[in-house]
Design a protein around this ligand. Structure first.
Ligand SMILES: C[S@@+](CC[C@H](N)C(=O)[O-])C[C@H]1O[C@@H](n2cnc3c(N)ncnc32)[C@H](O)[C@@H]1O
Length: 371
């Protein structure tokens, strides 16, 4: 996580400096193919569509701010649901396409597309609703929640409503063939290195063996200790999912989302399998606010699902080596022994201390989470 800085200087809320790859992040969103990928995610689209049109009372005659409008889809729906005025802020040139789309749908009198970073723009008024699709992989990876928090602090009326209103991160033990694949990849990389060392010595007279340990560590980090995107089948989840983070979008601060640290305790529910690691995913809810609740609460979940996967998939953290599970009790104990290098812990210790992950949030691409 980079250091934080205040952009614009007009407010007390601090903007997050997302580092040198920030330009790349915005570059991706400037392409229609990328917006199309999000617009084709039926689970995502249905959730936002239903959250707006099944809760029209939040929109009718109201002012709305769409943070990161992209193609303009959420701003257009807000206007169609009866908003009086929608400010649609977009940092990239996609703003031009959004403006065209708004006009083509005859909503230019309601939706005002503003090209600029949320942290820099000035609106003429405070708004009743902030809507945004800010979620990254495993919720906070590449997420723009910091910009949404910034917008909330600056532009949401005290009585205003956040769309979505709540978010949660989940983790669960899994089985996965990826654990073998990644070990094979690592071994291939090392075999290639040994060939390279021999060749360098015979062709060029330099002995590279002294760097073997460092190369191995580098490759282990890349292949074995890096989380990855995966679309899991529900039957790969072999234990009870647990919540590792809950965010109330109406009150969360940037400090609350800088890192996620959780000790998780999950019961293994499958037998005769392998504990290969953990999967992480998220859900968000559209509940309105305490004073102004939703008429229909809507959930958007990215949990493993046979029929309704999302472009977010799940984030997989593999354990090397995996643990063979014969019976449920021994599985948990063995795994804890392996991870914690303790002398036989008591069973309750096992249940409480299965694994600890630290998850640095909001880092730019490429998407890698080390643990
Ligand atoms: C995940 S996309 C969502 C696009 C659109 N709202 C949708 O639901 O299809 C996020 C968009 O927010 C924009 N964005 C991210 N951070 C921003 C910021 N600080 N200010 C303005 N736009 C931002 C990105 O360029 C991108 O187009």
């Amino acid at each position: 996580m980079g250091s934080r800085s205040v952009n614009g200087g007009a407010t007390s809320a601090a903007a997050v400096d997302k580092g040198v790859d920030f330009a790349n992040y915005f570059c991706t969103y400037g392409f229609l193919y990328h917006q199309k990928e999000m617009l084709s995610d039926r689970v995502r689209m249905d959730a936002y569509y239903n959250s707006i049109f099944e809760n029209k009372h939040h929109f009718e005659g109201k002012t709305v701010l769409d943070v990161g409008t992209g193609s303009g889809i959420l701003a257009i729906w807000s206007a169609q649901a009866g908003a009086r005025k929608v400010y649609a802020v977009e940092a990239t040139k996609m703003a031009e396409h959004a403006r065209e789309l708004v006009k083509a749908n005859n909503l230019q009198d309601v939706v005002e597309v503003i090209e600029g970073s949320m942290e820099d723009v000035t609106l003429p008024e405070q708004v009743d609703v902030i809507i945004s699709e800010w979620m990254g992989y495993f919720l906070l990876r590449e997420s723009m929640l910091d910009s949404v928090i910034f917008a909330r602090e600056r532009w949401l009326k005290p009585s205003g409503v956040m769309y979505p209103s709540h978010a949660r991160m989940w983790m669960a033990p899994i089985r996965s063939g990826l654990v073998d694949q990644k070990m094979n990849d690592y071994e291939d990389a090392m075999n290639d290195w040994y060939g390279f060392v021999n060749e360098t010595e015979s062709c060029y007279g330099v002995d590279m063996r002294v760097l073997t340990k460092q190369f191995s560590e580098e490759q282990r980090k890349y292949y074995l200790k890096t989380s990855m995107w995966n679309n899991l089948h529900p039957n790969q989840v072999i234990g009870t999912p647990v919540i590792i983070k809950e965010i109330d979008c109406s009150t969360a601060t940037i400090n609350d989302i800088l890192t996620v640290r959780a000790s998780i305790s999950s019961s293994i529910t499958a037998e005769n399998t392998r504990l290969c690691g953990f999967a992480g995913w998220f859900d968000v809810h559209f509940r309105g606010s305490h004073e102004n609740p939703a008429q229909q609460e809507i959930e958007l979940t990215t949990a493993p699902n046979e029929d309704f996967g999302t472009h977010w998939g799940q984030q997989v953290f593999l354990l090397h080596p995996p643990t063979v599970i014969r019976s449920i009790t021994s599985a948990i104990c063995k795994q804890v022994l392996h991870r914690m290098k303790l002398h036989p812990p008591t069973f309750s210790q096992c249940l409480q201390k299965c694994a600890t992950f630290e998850f640095p949030c909001m880092l730019p691409r490429p998407m890698r989470i080390y643990w």
